[in-house]
Design a protein around this ligand. Structure first.
Ligand code: SAH
Length: 377
């Protein structure tokens, strides 16, 4: 008996990939555009319902391909309207996507990996270790699921206006899957968002910033968190490989190609670590000559962390110093923390393949020992 052929998941392909796929079936390229409209405008995944495809083409597609978004395992809605979805990606793994509604826009925060390898010391995703990169289908599938759950419609009900690659994982470490997904976010046959409304956030993978600059026109955000290498190394270990001067030079290069753009620098304010006036002043020196916006994120706590959020006064003082020196700086209001959906709180389920999560968990031996001796834990 012939084994069932593996089906190509068409959500893994952007417009270019789909055009090539239809051509390989001996079909015209415009079939790709029709398919995209069914999938991304109408939410239809069943070829049988794609009524402008003839019977012959539908049968051909059914034998070779599928449109399979990753399933939503559950949805949680915060008292402030922030919504979080847990999206299953395989038996042991799930990632999170978060929707943040604001009066003039609706932003979806999307994950790019199951866990993360970068090990930033103040991020909860880091405590879970890493399993694997997400596929394009699993990345654009988060947008697809959110759009459906929100009743998003690009014409009559624009709930989704921005996407930020700021969920679990380092998007530039999963470049080959992330770029086609961002192409679909910006393609008029898919989600049709303006280039500047799709933002990729990186902890600073310098060579990949240059690669991104060539491949894709999106907004860039950089997780800075410290104005000098000594401090940044403690928060973002990747800084040992790509120190601040190299990172800033890559940002400059990114902007040379985009004279009207600016780069967003994320700066998580952590009590007693990077929140003092001296840090604010050093930050001003670093960013002064670059078209940039500073996004100050008060630290969001998670179980087991040794870090704390600074008080309101310290946050305001920091913001005042950088603003009086001419930087544009906003404080990101904490959204969705009652459902653990705030920055740095995303966890999903990670079947850890590194040993990090085991090292960080409290030693299980004590629990076993106490129950074995009958002493209640
Ligand atoms: N790996 C990418 C994408 C993650 S974006 C990057 O580092 O940019 C998530 C943002 O939230 C990053 O700026 C991250 O540094 C920040 N963050 C992580 N943990 C946080 C926490 N506990 N509180 C506030 N912000 C946090």
């Amino acid at each position: 008996m012939d084994p069932k052929p593996t089906l190509v998941n068409l959500m893994n392909l952007d417009r270019q990939g789909l055009e090539a796929y239809f051509e390989s079936l001996g079909e015209k390229r415009f079939r790709a555009h029709q398919l995209m409209k069914w999938v991304y405008h109408h939410g239809v995944t069943d070829f049988a319902q794609m009524t402008d495809f003839g019977k012959k083409l539908r049968v051909k597609l059914e034998g070779t391909a599928e449109v399979r978004p990753p399933p939503v395992l559950f949805q949680k809605v915060s008292t402030d309207g922030t919504t979080k979805w847990l999206i299953g990606v395989d038996a042991g793994n799930a990632v999170e996507a978060v929707y943040i509604p604001e009066p003039t826009r609706g932003t979806l925060c999307v994950s790019s990996q199951v866990g993360c390898t970068l090990n930033c010391t103040f991020c909860s995703t880091a405590t879970q270790g890493f399993n694997r990169n997400l596929s394009t289908a699993e990345i654009i599938g988060q947008v697809w699921q959110a759009a459906r759950a929100l009743g998003h419609d690009a014409k009559d009900n624009r709930r989704l206006t921005n996407v930020v690659m700021m969920g679990m994982g380092e998007p530039l470490a999963n470049f080959d899957a992330v770029v086609p997904a961002m192409n679909l976010m910006r393609d008029d046959y898919a989600f049709g968002l303006a280039n500047k409304r799709v933002t990729l956030s990186t902890a600073g993978l310098v060579p990949m910033i240059d690669k991104l600059s060539e491949a894709c026109d999106v907004s860039l955000a950089v997780s800075l968190h410290a104005p000098n290498d000594e401090l940044r190394e403690k928060l973002v270990p990747l800084n040992k490989k790509y120190p601040i001067a190299e990172l800033m030079a890559a940002c400059q290069r990114y902007l040379v190609e985009r004279p009207r753009a600016s780069i967003t620098f994320e700066y998580t304010l952590i009590k007693g670590m990077n929140d003092q006036a001296e840090h604010a002043k050093a930050l001003v020196k670093l960013l002064r000559r670059l078209p940039s916006k500073l996004n100050l994120i008060p630290f969001n706590p998670f179980p087991g962390t040794r870090f704390e959020r600074p008080d309101e006064e310290t946050i305001r003082r920091f913001q005042t110093i950088v603003m009086e020196a001419g930087l544009i700086a906003t404080v990101r209001r904490t959204r969705g923390d009652d459902i653990d959906a705030a920055c740095g709180q995303l966890k999903g389920n990670v079947a850890d393949r590194t040993r990090r999560s085991a090292m960080l968990r409290p030693a299980p031996a004590t629990t076993i020992a106490s129950s074995a001796t009958g002493v209640p834990a």
